[in-house]
Design a protein around this ligand. Sequence first.
Ligand code: SF4
Length: 76
Amino acid sequence: MYRLELDRTMCISCGNCIESCPELFEFADDGISSLLGVEVSDLQVKEFDDPSCSEKAASNCPVMCIKLYRDGEEIT
Ligand code: SF4
């Protein structure tokens, strides 16, 4: 099981995550990155079995506000 966390309070709206992983990220109405299908809040969490492009998005975030965990262990 994978767990993706997005700390929106740190996001600088560079767009890297959306460019590298549009399946999971979008800009919300406030101009800050947001996880698709998750209610907009300061800390968003999404869990899934297939990591898809989330690892790429996390590694491309310049302020490291995207964290990816596999079975409870942080991998990015
Ligand atoms: S890559 Fe990071 S800083 Fe850039 S828009 Fe995505 S979450 Fe925000």
